[in-house]
Design a protein around this ligand. Structure first.
Ligand code: KPL
Length: 307
């Protein structure tokens, strides 16, 4: 199987590196920048969760016209870049099973509008690009994947098998929308609070103030999930468990905010608030967290009355 990985951020680099290290034919599809240039010149250095280091050679393609034929493509660009990236790499990905493991709501829909075979899921691994050419696997998590649209074939099982063999244990799920919402609840419990308070994920499980914030954001968002027809059992407990398991991880939103990059707040807290409005539900905690992240980050458009 030849796998393309679209996006060379932390998760894209981690997945591409683990696949290539397991001898899966892997091509990183990404734009330039220091990190991509370093991977091209010297290979990708991976520091595994157990501290082991290795360097893997990965093919990097920056021009969509030069992309090889792919069997599957993992989309890891930030959620706000999904539609544009999908348009740009549309021909390159057209014959592949296109899978999103990104954070947030709306990515699978954006891909389904452009590709025939879309898989969707979640991953709670923690990773960050420590310096150009070096990705650190900061926390081992779960990965779930299922068919979003397209033929009922064994593509989810094949891709899950390839990922599992590469060390990313992946479960095939029948209801990827439910899995996505579960992950969204984890992210609204962890991401904004850790980004704004500049703490590692573990602080939300260890400290009373952290637990209170996590519980309020998750409980409120879970009501929205239920209004959307998604069954969620014990989302607070699940989120605390992820915060504990990724205790030393710097959340993706904190990484983005500290690097001055656009965050995924619109696909997470913003999307929860927008759907709460549709269902006539209150969402003051997520609305406040979203506005604080917008205020702290580079993308606040200054418009009023946003979700
Ligand atoms: O998905 C994550 C993120 O940082 O976006 C978690 C699971 C919170 C790990 O850091």
């Amino acid at each position: 199987m030849h796998v393309g990985v679209l996006g060379a951020g932390s998760m894209g680099s981690l997945f591409a590196g683990l696949l290539a290290a397991a001898d899966v034919e892997t091509t990183l599809l990404a734009h330039g920048g220091d990190h991509v240039a370093a991977v091209r010149e010297r290979g990708l250095r991976i520091e595994r969760a157990d501290g082991e280091r290795e360097v893997v050679d990965i093919d990097v393609v920056t021009d969509p016209a030069e992309a090889p034929a792919l069997d599957a493509a993992l989309v890891f660009v930030k959620s706000h870049a999904t539609a544009d990236a999908a348009d740009e790499w549309r021909d390159a990905l057209a014959g592949a099973h296109v899978a999103t493991l990104q954070n947030g709501l709306g990515n699978a829909e954006a891909l389904a509008a452009r590709f025939d075979s879309v898989l969707a899921g979640t991953t709670s691994h923690g990773a960050f690009v420590e310096k150009p050419g070096l990705v650190r696997h900061a926390g081992v998590g779960d990965t779930r994947l299922g068919r979003w649209c397209g033929p009922s074939d064994d593509a989810p099982a094949c891709l899950a098998g390839t990922l599992s063999a590469a060390g990313v244990d992946t479960e095939v799920v029948a209801a990827p929308r439910t899995a996505l919402w579960h992950k969204v609840l984890v992210n609204v419990g962890i991401n904004a609070a850790t980004a704004l308070a500049r703490v590692e994920n573990g602080a939300l499980a260890e400290r009373d103030s952290g637990r209170r914030l996590l519980k309020r954001a998750v409980t409120e968002a879970a009501r929205v999930a239920r209004a959307e027809g998604v069954a969620v059992d014990d989302p607070v407990e699940e989120t605390v468990t992820v915060a504990e398991r990724t205790a030393s991880n710097v959340s993706s939103m904190r990484q983005d905010l500290e690097a001055g990059r656009e965050t995924e707040v619109e696909a997470l807290h913003g999307a929860v608030v927008a759907r709460a409005v549709e269902h006539d539900l209150p969402a003051p905690v997520n609305r406040t967290l979203a506005d604080l992240v917008r205020l702290a980050g580079p993308q606040d458009s200054g418009s009023s009355g946003r979700g």
